[in-house]
Write a protein that binds this ligand. Structure first.
Ligand code: HEM
Length: 464
């Protein structure tokens, strides 16, 4: 999913704001918070977008872990650290709105997604949708993914751009596991509409004008809404083993089915939440495995031991045995979290870190900053999966590692993500040795989601 610095997100598209949203306080109400307003008009926006982590680090060094920035003409407050993550994510006092934090970025194309709902309404729908992640449906997705990955990999090998290849594979496997659609023109049409929507959600032009990303994104959404509307009725009449069928049959606490348009909105949002996050984190994992052959070999040995050989499917019941792979994936998520910042908006006045922060303030927390903080991680720039042994995890602040968020909005698909990445690791590592191409070292684009600018140039050598 797209990730933006907090106040960048909150101010990007304020005209879409619902009139019931809490009013933004005047900017002067934040005068007492240390920070910077940046350049006239642009504020700190460009600095934040160009190098979010470097910018945050400098601000923390100069102003401390509570600091003010200004983007798209409005001020916001950043709260950096494990305690800040806990306050905002756990949100014991229901102080922070997700809808008003993420809404400005995502409302145009992904309205009413679970992550954009608050409190009771959110709880009711989250409960209904969670049936799609119970063991029996997960077992069915596992089998579809095993087949889809194995078939895609039969075309892999030699010099490749890993990011591009994994993105295409993730789209194709989403069509089968999420929607129950075979590969073909239908799935291609939907994939294109979906990609147009994702690109538009972070486009600079926010009006759906012809020939703009937003124009294509809104047309993509129209196509998906229309197609998914029909699919809900079909799946209700004749359900399959895909996630869409689970959503179509999901019921609220009073036993009623979710309305058709609600199923459609949730499914479109979920596809967005799943797609770039898995693509980005799998790319970071394989980048690090290409650079760390010893770790690559350990994971390969684990996969062979668990499945009993090379290029064999990984059974759902064996996922828990891929312990080193899980630790390596957790480390990839620490190293470069796909959602480096999370926006909220304060619904009431509150106090944190010695500062009074007024209702209406755009708030941001930064998993990326905490994941790189030497207070929690020795040599944070080194890739070391052993940070995630149970003993080390038990000694660490619970909110020092939050790639999936936490509290009521904790990623609903995290077990799906672990499953898909373990399956990828098993299939790829037992077929190929993965190496960086000579001289290749990617520059990473931080925004809207971490991505290697060169696509990650690797060579995949078939194992004998
Ligand atoms: C490595 C992969 C992934 C990462 C790092 C990730 C990260 C996140 C984060 C940080 C949030 C919470 C955002 C917030 O509180 O502001 C979230 C929410 C969510 N994610 Fe994921 N995600 C991943 C994969 C997936 C997958 C595969 C799915 C679905 C199959 C999914 C579905 C969702 C949904 C539905 C929500 C909203 C939950 C709610 O608000 O109750 N995610 N994800």
């Amino acid at each position: 999913m797209a990730s933006l610095a907090p106040d960048v997100a909150a101010n990007l598209h304020t005209e879409s704001a619902n009139p019931h949203w809490v009013r933004l306080g005047g900017d002067h109400k934040l005068d007492h918070i240390p920070g910077e307003d940046g350049w006239p008009v642009l504020g700190t926006t460009l600095m934040q977008l160009a190098d979010p982590l470097g910018f945050q680090k400098r601000m923390v060094d100069v102003y401390g872990p509570v600091f003010r920035t200004r983007s798209f003409g409005r001020r916001g407050v950043n709260l950096i650290g494990a305690e800040a993550n806990e306050l905002v994510l756990f949100d014991r006092d229901k102080l922070f709105s997700n809808e008003q934090g993420w809404g400005p970025v995502l409302n145009l194309l992904f309205p009413r997604g679970l992550m954009l709902m608050d409190f009771d309404a959110h709880r009711v729908d989250r409960r209904a949708l969670s049936i799609a992640f119970k063991p029996e449906p997960m077992r069915a997705y596992c089998s579809v993914l095993n087949t889809g990955i194995a078939s895609a990999l039969s075309q892999w090998g030699g010099d490749m751009r890993f990011y591009d290849a994994i993105k295409a594979l993730t789209l194709d496997t989403a069509a089968s596991s999420f929607l129950g659609l075979p590969l073909g023109p239908e799935a291609d049409r939907l994939n294109k509409a979906f990609v147009d929507m994702v690109q538009a959600s972070v486009g600079v032009v926010r009006k759906p004008l012809p020939f703009t990303k937003m124009g294509r994104g809104v047309a993509g959404r129209r196509l998906m809404v229309e197609y998914f509307g029909r699919l809900v009725r079909e799946r209700r009449a004749s359900p399959g083993q895909d996630m869409f069928s689970q959503f179509a049959l999901a019921t609220r606490e009073d036993g009623t089915l979710l309305p058709e348009d609600v199923v459609v909105d949730h499914m479109i949002f979920l596809m967005m939440a799943a797609h770039d996050t898995i693509t980005s984190s799998a790319t970071v994992l394989f980048w690090q495995l290409a650079k760390n052959p010893a770790w690559q070999e350990r994971l390969r040995a684990e996969a062979r031991a668990v499945t009993g050989g090379d290029a064999l499917p990984l059974a759902y019941d064996d996922l828990g045995r891929m312990e080193l792979t899980e630790m390596a994936f957790k480390e990839a998520l620490r190293f470069m979290p796909p959602v480096p910042n999370m926006p909220r908006r304060a619904l009431r006045d509150f106090r944190f870190g010695g500062y009074d922060i007024p209702a209406g303030t755009p708030i941001g927390i930064s998993p990326a900053a905490v994941h790189a903080d030497p207070a929690h991680w020795d040599a944070p720039h080194v890739f070391d999966p052993l940070r995630f042994t149970p003993e080390k995890v038990a000694r660490r602040h619970k909110y020092a590692w939050v790639p999936f968020g936490g509290g009521a909005h904790m990623c609903l698909g995290l077990h799906f993500a672990y499953m898909q990445v373990k399956l990828l690791a098993n299939h790829i590592l037992t077929r190929f040795e993965v190496a960086m191409q000579p001289g290749a070292e990617p520059q990473w684009q931080a925004w809207p989601i971490p991505k290697p600018r060169d696509g990650l140039k690797v060579t995949l050598r078939p194992l004998q």
